[in-house]
Structure formats: structure tokens, C-alpha cells
Design a protein around this ligand. Structure first.
Ligand SMILES: Cc1cc2nc3c(=O)[nH]c(=O)nc-3n(C[C@H](O)[C@H](O)[C@H](O)COP(=O)(O)OP(=O)(O)OC[C@H]3O[C@@H](n4cnc5c(N)ncnc54)[C@H](O)[C@@H]3O)c2cc1C
Length: 424
């Protein structure tokens, strides 16, 4: 196969400045558009390895694109950004979820905030977000090259040399927005540029559970459960779904995110404790004692906490080594103690992780300590910027990951523009 090598000239002082954005995902496309608005005379080139831009955005939110969150239920950013919350706090003063909302509505996308505070396009179609961004890329004259995997980036004079299999570009600024990489090998394009990396690890996965009895309850949802990885302080709280492979749902995904590092170290094996009810242990014990008095003649299986499905209750009775046809009046103090224990600390063996069709992200990547927090420019490599999941920033589900991509894309674009002196 013949490979044509095209070397573009370095943009000098008298020529147009050139910025190369590597990766046409959420952060890269957003940054390219913002940059072109700030610096209309700058040449902005987007290099994308796959056949089309924004392929991941197209499948976000199950094809509906949960593009941000109202943050109304977020008490602290640490709760939703296990990695990068300080950076996000700083940057939300410049580009927050409200700005995202206004930005997309200004571009003609009507948005809706669901009861759970997740924000979607009113059309419930991720392609509306993809279509809007690609239209703006075209309108602003951004040069998009697909099938252009960047293999290497190196210093060249005061700028950078960016190489794909068949082209070499010289650029004054480079923005790396290649998304989360499953392993460090994904960052090999930066091999000549020393940077501190945080190990790449999956986040946002559900748990495979060994217990076959639990799995027979697939489809049952507990609206408020607490899940923890035993031996750590990591917890996830919220709805929990029992699946045919184990457990899933927001509580589980949150724990997978908060303890992503610990799960990887344990090779996704370990003990998971589930707290099925919200009540304090003492209140729960009182409830059970009271039920023994008020429903003395009834069978154990017929009366249960409202939050629990009757089939799940039967399963939990068995976990406490009790017979479901036992009468409440026959419960001893020891039985009540065992049942309370199962309801508040029910331990299952985790045998692996499962991604199924859910959102997943990678934690780790380019360490934030490499970057000027204000601009996302590499401290040791002037003109080299980073945005999105390629950095060590990631979030739980709910629109927070895309919000990080928009915010960081915006900040990096302003950093590049400020460097060029077009704004400031
Ligand atoms: C199934 C799924 C559903 C999701 N749903 C949601 C959701 O509803 N809400 C939410 O907030 N988050 C969601 N996420 C997470 C969210 O999509 C990502 O966090 C976000 O897309 C990250 O944006 P990014 O620009 O950093 O990376 P990406 O969007 O992954 O873009 C990176 C781009 O860089 C390209 N690239 C990589 N390497 C190279 C290279 N060497 N040269 C050239 N190009 C390269 C890639 O092909 C890709 O197009 C979901 C993720 C998945 C997998």
C-alpha cells in the first residue's frame, strides 16, 4: 500500500496559527468549536481515528444522551467526581451545567430535566447532539480528518509534530482529547513527551455475584440500598437492581467508581455487603419485635418491610436461616438479631465485573499534577493541552462525565486562545 506523506508547513508568525485537536469526541469537538469562535483566524484541525466523530456520544444514555445534570441533588462534587472534583469545582465557575444547558438551547436543542435530575434532549435522541456539534464543526470551517489515528506527537521548534499513518502536521498548539484508554498503551502517541500517568482502570461496572439464589430474583429493584466493598470504606448508595448475573443499578455503579482502584487490585473478586434497608439497626430490631407482638399468629413470609419485595424478603429470611412458615410469635431474640444482621449487612461473594449495556468510563490517564489547573496546559510542555476522559477525571452516572468533557473542552479552548493572545 502506498502511503502519501504530506508535511504541512509550520504556522509561523506571519501565517495562521494552527491547533491540532486529537480525538473528535465530546471534549475535542466542543473545544474545536469554542476555539474557532474565539479565534476565527486560527486553523483548527480535528484528527479522529475512527470513521466518524462523536461515535460514543451517539450511544450515550442508551441512545438518548444524558448530556448533563441539574446538580440539584449533589451536595458535594466529590460525591459525583471521585477523581477530579477539585478541578471541576474550579472550572464550573467558568463553564457549569447551566452554561451547558444554555449553550445547547442556544444552538436549537431543547432540553428536559428528568425527575432524577438527569438532563436529556427533549427529542430523547443522542443524534440531535451529534448533529448539532457536527453542523457547527462544518459551519466554522474546522478541518475534520477521519480515519486519522495519531501515532505520535513530538516537540518541533516551539510547537509540535503530529503524525498519523499517512500525514504529518506541524502545529503551534495540540489538544489531546482521546478519551479514556483501556490501558497505558493507548497513550503511546505521547511516548516522547514525559508525563506522569495514573494507571487506567475501568469504572462504572456491575458486579457478578456467586450466589445463585440471589440471581433468581433478577428484575427486583430496591429503591434505596447501600453497597460496600468489605475491608474498605467505599460505599455506593441509591437504587439497586438484581440481575441474572448479580447486582447493578446506581448504588452498584457508584461503588464501582469510588472503589475502582481497590476492585482492580483485587482482580474484581471480593466480598460485597448489601444493606437492604435504610432504617437504623435499633429501629429495625424494634420493628421486628413489634411485628412479633402485633402479628404473632402470622407466618414470617407474610409481613415484611415495605421497601422490600416479597420474594426478596423470602430470600432474606432463608439467608437468616429461618423458615418462611415460622410464626412471628416463635421468633427468638437470636433470630431477630440474625435477621437484622442480614437486612443491614448481607455479604455476597463477587466473582467478576460486567459492563452489559451500561455506561462505562476509564479512570486514570494523564495525571492532573502535570497540568496548569487554570488552562489544562501541560506545565512542562507549553502549547500541549488535555481535556476529557484522557485525564484523570471521571464521574458516576447521571450526565456528569459529559459535563466534565464540555467543561474541560471549554477551558482548554480558552487556554489556547489566551496563549495566542486573541483574548485576555
Ligand atoms: C455506552 C456508554 C454510555 C455513556 N452514557 C453517558 C451518558 O449518558 N452521560 C454521560 O455523561 N456520560 C456517558 N458516558 C461517558 C461519556 O461518553 C464519556 O465520558 C465521554 O464521551 C468522554 O468524552 P471524551 O471526549 O473525553 O472522549 P470520547 O468521547 O471517548 O472521544 C475520544 C475520541 O478520540 C478518538 N481517538 C482515540 N485515540 C485516538 C488517536 N490516537 N488518534 C485520533 N483519535 C483518537 C476516539 O475514537 C474518540 O472518538 C457513556 C459511556 C459509554 C461507553
Amino acid at each position: 500500500m502506498s502511503v502519501s506523506t504530506k508535511v504541512l508547513t509550520f504556522a509561523g508568525k506571519t501565517e495562521k496559527m494552527r491547533t491540532i485537536v486529537v480525538g473528535a469526541g465530546a471534549a475535542g469537538c466542543f473545544a474545536a468549536i469554542e476555539l474557532k469562535r474565539l479565534c476565527p483566524h486560527m486553523e483548527v484541525v480535528l484528527l479522529e481515528k475512527s470513521s466518524k466523530p462523536l461515535a460514543k456520544v451517539a450511544i450515550t444514555g442508551g441512545g438518548r444522551c444524558n448530556l448533563t445534570n441539574s446538580f440539584a441533588q449533589v451536595k458535594s462534587l466529590e460525591q459525583v467526581y471521585p477523581r477530579g472534583h477539585r478541578l471541576m469545582k474550579r472550572h464550573f465557575h467558568r463553564f457549569s451545567h447551566r452554561d451547558t444547558y444554555e449553550w445547547f438551547e442556544r444552538e436549537g436543542v431543547s432540553l428536559i430535566t428528568q425527575e432524577d435530575q438527569c438532563v436529556f434532549p427533549l427529542s430523547q435522541d443522542a443524534m440531535e447532539i451529534v448533529g448539532t456539534l457536527t453542523r457547527l464543526i462544518r459551519q466554522h470551517g474546522i478541518n475534520l480528518y477521519t480515519h486519522s489515528k495519531v501515532n505520535s506527537i513530538s516537540h518541533e521548534g516551539n510547537g509540535y509534530r503530529v503524525e498519523t499513518a499517512d500525514r504529518t502536521f506541524l502545529a503551534d498548539h495540540v489538544l489531546i482529547s482521546i478519551g479514556g484508554q483501556p490501558s497505558e498503551a493507548g497513550f503511546s502517541l505521547l511516548k516522547t513527551i514525559p508525563l506522569k500517568m495514573e494507571p487506567s482502570r475501568p469504572s462504572l461496572f456491575s458486579f457478578c455475584i456467586e450466589d445463585t439464589q440471589l440471581r433468581t430474583l433478577m428484575g427486583i429493584v430496591v429503591t434505596h440500598a447501600k453497597v460496600s466493598l468489605t475491608g474498605t470504606k467505599a460505599k455506593g448508595e441509591g437504587p439497586l437492581l438484581i440481575t441474572h448475573w448479580g447486582v447493578s443499578g446506581p448504588a452498584v455503579l457508584r461503588l464501582s467508581s469510588v472503589a475502582a482502584k481497590e476492585f482492580a487490585e483485587r482482580d474484581y473478586q471480593g466480598d460485597i455487603s448489601i444493606r437492604w434497608v435504610q432504617d437504623e439497626e435499633e429501629d429495625l430490631r424494634n420493628y421486628l419485635r413489634d411485628t412479633c407482638l402485633r402479628h404473632a399468629e402470622k407466618k414470617l413470609s407474610t409481613i415484611h418491610p415495605e421497601a422490600l419485595h416479597s420474594r426478596l424478603w423470602e430470600h432474606l429470611i432463608a439467608r437468616a436461616s429461618l423458615q418462611d412458615d415460622l410464626r412471628w410469635k416463635a421468633m427468638t431474640d437470636k433470630d431477630i438479631h440474625r435477621l437484622t444482621n442480614v437486612l443491614t449487612n448481607d455479604v455476597y461473594r463477587m466473582t467478576g465485573k460486567n459492563r452489559f449495556k451500561e455506561e462505562f468510563v476509564t479512570c486514570g490517564g494523564v495525571a492532573l499534577s502535570n497540568l496548569h489547573a487554570e488552562t489544562l496546559e501541560a506545565k512542562e510542555h507549553p502549547g500541549l493541552f488535555f481535556a476529557g476522559e484522557a485525564t484523570d477525571v471521571d464521574a458516576v452516572t447521571g450526565g456528569f462525565n459529559l459535563q466534565a468533557a464540555w467543561t474541560m473542552g471549554y477551558v482548554a479552548a480558552h487556554g489556547i486562545a489566551a496563549r495566542q493572545g486573541d483574548i485576555q
